[in-house]
Design a protein around this ligand. Structure first.
Ligand code: APR
Length: 225
């Protein structure tokens, strides 16, 4: 039984039908990322931002986990696995992973703009005028650009203790998440799965330069062999 930390990004969900961020020139479903994913964007045009996340929420409810999500969930049968995802979708959970840390929040949750610890499950549209119990507007439970990443310390600790670190489908461009690899111990084996990998193979890093649905099962097979 190995202690395994898995860091995933948008690429792990790409083959489920959810677009990545940087594969489309910084445009996310046709929007400037800063307009729809920053506190300033929300202040400037809250209706646009809420509508954007309403569309994303609807889309999420129409897609399914893919072979990569399932292979990562299956790893739990033989190992102690924690998934640290930058994704706001729930595809790891739907595939059966039981320890999932969402560094950048969750699309199927909203929170109060008055008290950020007041978090609610939310599957329907979120509109202007949807208030928390203190009569303040609810907002998506998403870590926007410029906001703190509250679960970062937990994630650093998990990576530091891991014997194996698997990284899947991330451009490693967004900090602090991209810096997590620095917390891995010198003797941790690192596997990186991405068709356009930002890390090269080395003595401790094995790169599978391919899509998640083919690459992740190969990593799992290597760990179980
Ligand atoms: N399988 C695996 N990886 C893939 C696939 C696939 N089928 N398709 C694309 N990729 C890879 C790309 O090569 C790229 O390296 O997924 C990565 C996606 O990178 P980004 O779009 O930058 O997504 P991510 O790294 O998750 O972004 C980090 O940035 O916009 C913010 O908060 C948002 O969580 C997000 C963060």
């Amino acid at each position: 039984m190995l202690k395994i930390a898995v860091l995933t990004g948008a690429g792990v969900s790409a083959e489920s039908g959810l677009k990545t961020f940087r594969d489309s020139n910084g445009l996310w479903e046709g929007h400037d990322v800063m307009e729809v994913a920053s506190p300033q964007g929300f202040h400037k045009n809250p209706a646009l931002v809420l509508d954007f996340y309403n569309q994303r929420r609807k889309q999420l409810l129409e897609v399914l986990p893919n072979a990569a999500h399932h292979a990562l969930a299956d790893l739990e049968k033989d190992h102690e696995v924690t998934i640290i995802t930058q994704n706001v979708d729930d595809l790891h959970e739907r595939a059966g992973s039981s320890n999932v840390i969402h560094l950048h929040g969750e699309l199927l949750k909203v929170r109060s703009t008055f008290d950020e610890s007041l978090i609610l499950d939310w599957k329907q549209d979120l509109n202007i005028g949807d208030f928390c119990e203190h009569n303040h507007q609810l907002r998506p439970h998403i870590v926007w650009f410029g906001e703190a990443v509250p679960l970062m310390e937990v994630a650093m600790d998990i990576v530091a203790r891991a014997e194996v670190l698997i990284i899947v489908g991330t451009s490693m461009q967004v900090y602090p998440a991209a810096g997590l690899i620095q917390y891995a111990s010198y003797n941790t084996s690192v596997y990186f799965v991405d068709p356009n990998p930002s890390i090269r193979s080395s003595e401790r890093v094995t790169v599978f330069a391919e899509k998640a649905t083919t690459g992740v099962p190969k990593v799992v097979a290597a760990l179980n062999s």
